[in-house]
Design a binder for this molecule. Sequence first.
Ligand SMILES: [Zn+2]
Length: 122
Amino acid sequence: MDYTRPSSSVRRRMQRTRGHDNPFERAVRSRVYAKGIRYRIHYPIPGMKRFTCDLAVPGLKIAVFLDGCFWHGCTMHPPSVKKNRVFWLEKIARNQARDIGVRGHLEKIGWTTLRFWEHEPV
Ligand SMILES: [Zn+2]
């Protein structure tokens, strides 16, 4: 038994309760898809052009973030770094602060942000 990883049932529960990929969002996405709406990749954040989101549907003001567990500080998969540990932890903390800033900005300008973790099944 590997106690460092949550069981699949725990994982499913965490994914459900986190609310990033609930049935409503899936329904919205499939409706968007059915309407033939195309997304843009690496789309510059309006008003924060130094940053991009991974996918965007600008007409619907939807920004999608597909976050790597290491870089964005996934709590289910804490980084296992031995060399330069402080450096990496500080870097990840800066990434997380930036993520919060970018998403807060998008919310203020009326965008919907969707975030998906690397470990989530596609
Ligand atoms: Zn993860």
